[in-house]
Ligand binder design. Structure first.
Ligand SMILES: CC1=C(CCC(=O)O)c2cc3nc(cc4[nH]c(cc5[nH]c(cc1n2)c(C)c5CCC(=O)O)c(CCC(=O)O)c4C)C(CCC(=O)O)=C3C
Ligand SMILES: [Fe+2]
Length: 380
């Protein structure tokens, strides 16, 4: 990505708005229960799990860090766009908490915009991180149509997990976490790349129908995470001179009924296994998340750190990309790439690793809804 761009390299046409679409989180104790009801409506999460997860939020005063982090990202995007002459207004809406998606789209429409590009705060393929957001968009668009508002056309940016603006900051964060460990265990530290566990059935159907990983254990969801993990492990090996540092992809934040299989191993079980295997230390690298929200603050920094202390295993946790300027620049790159694609111009697609750039538009059979098919926006 160069800073000297020709005019077409700052042209967002045909798009006239970017929507940051995220999960949302509670901003005070009174928000926690209604937030959890929004998240879990119709999803068969056991009551006990909800009570348990509610406690995680109350431990932090009922405030999830996610909204503040999205406000920071918004600021970083607006600054990056302004600094590089990209004239595109940025809006923000959430699936589960205010500011809600439907209100953001209404504002976009009322401001006179018609063609919207969407950045979801989830880097990978999968129902929860991709299609569910497209279902939310379809619901919101239907609501606006029912209100008699003019029609919006919505597209979603391709998955950004293998963009250098995502992998680069995660690599530096891994190196910084290694540096936090006591010097004598640093070279013996192993890497645990962590992401959200999902049901194995959901993992296996993740990705496009023609994705080679589709139907293999873990599907595109796992294949994409493994690609990122490999990239970071290789870069860390090069930068530290430790060539054969062991690493593994592990999971966290499992919910759902116990008899339904979800991706394993869990991070806490993994820490115990690493201790038993003689690991000197572990660096937890939350590649599955784009900011240090509750899944990171509780499941890793609280629960997994307590487990490690109990095991006598030194651990450190790498930061997520958050509002890193390189990530904001990556979003600009993806916006301009997609705008050029829509205008029928040739593009260079930036992607690291073995899998190549993801598709621009998801197929109808991408990452199917595990319950029943529902309308989804931004589809081929
Ligand atoms: C893949 C994935 C991501 C990563 C991609 C992405 O970022 O989208 C993600 C992110 C997040 N998940 C979050 C919170 C929750 N997820 C839940 C439940 C679930 N997540 C799932 C998957 C994912 N989730 C699944 C398959 C379920 C089961 C129910 C269902 O099928 O929907 C529940 C219910 C209670 C419980 O944990 O059981 C909560 C409270 C927060 C907000 C954190 C904060 O507040 O700071 C964030 C960013
Ligand atoms: Fe979740």
């Amino acid at each position: 990505m160069s800073d000297t761009r020709t005019p077409s390299q700052t042209d967002p046409a045909p798009y006239d708005a970017l929507l940051l679409l995220s999960f949302g989180g509670p901003e005070g104790p009174e928000d926690v229960v209604p937030f959890l009801e929004n998240v879990t409506r119709g999803r068969g999460i056991p009551r006990e799990r909800l009570t348990e997860v509610g406690k995680h939020y109350f431990l932090f005063g009922g405030v999830s860090p996610i909204n503040a982090q999205n406000r920071e990202l918004l600021g970083a995007l607006r600054k990056d766009f302004a600094d590089h002459g990209l004239d595109l207004q940025v809006y923000w809406g959430n699936r589960n908490w205010a500011p809600y998606l439907v209100d953001a789209l209404r504002e976009i429409a009322d401001d006179g915009h018609r063609r919207v590009l969407v950045l979801a705060t989830s880097a990978y393929a999968g129902y929860s991180g991709c299609r569910q957001y497209r279902e939310n968009l379809a619901d919101a668009l239907a609501q606006l149509a029912a209100e008699g508002r003019p029609e919006l056309t919505v597209d979603k940016l391709r998955h950004f997990y293998n963009h250098p603006g995502f992998v680069g900051p995660m690599t530096d964060a891994t190196l910084a976490a290694l540096a936090e460990l006591p010097a004598e265990v640093r070279d013996g530290a192993r890497l645990a790349f962590s992401t959200h566990s999902i049901p194995t059935a959901m993992a296996e159907t993740s990705g496009a129908p023609d994705d080679p990983a589709r139907g293999t254990p873990g599907g595109a969801y796992v294949a994409q995470h493994l690609d990122v993990a490999r990239l970071i492990a290789a870069a860390v090996a090069e930068r530290t001179g430790v060539a054969d540092r062991p690493w593994q992809l592990v999971y966290q934040s499992r919910s759902g009924a116990p008899h339904i299989p979800w991706l394993e191993p869990d991070i806490c079980d993994h820490l115990a296994a690493e201790r038993a295997d003689g690991a000197e230390a572990v660096v937890m690298v939350p590649i599955g998340f784009v900011s240090d929200h509750m899944e990171v603050k509780y499941d890793l920094d609280t629960e997994a750190v307590a487990k490690a202390a109990e095991l006598g295993l030194p651990v450190a946790r790498a930061a997520t990309v958050g509002a890193d300027p390189r990530f904001a620049a990556a979003v600009r790159d993806l916006v301009l790439e997609r705008a050029a694609v829509q205008r029928g111009e040739p593009v260079t697609r930036c992607a690291l690793g073995a899998l190549g750039p993801s598709h621009d538009r998801c197929a109808t059979a991408c990452c199917p809804n595990p319950r029943a098919p529902r309308p989804a926006a931004a589809e081929a």
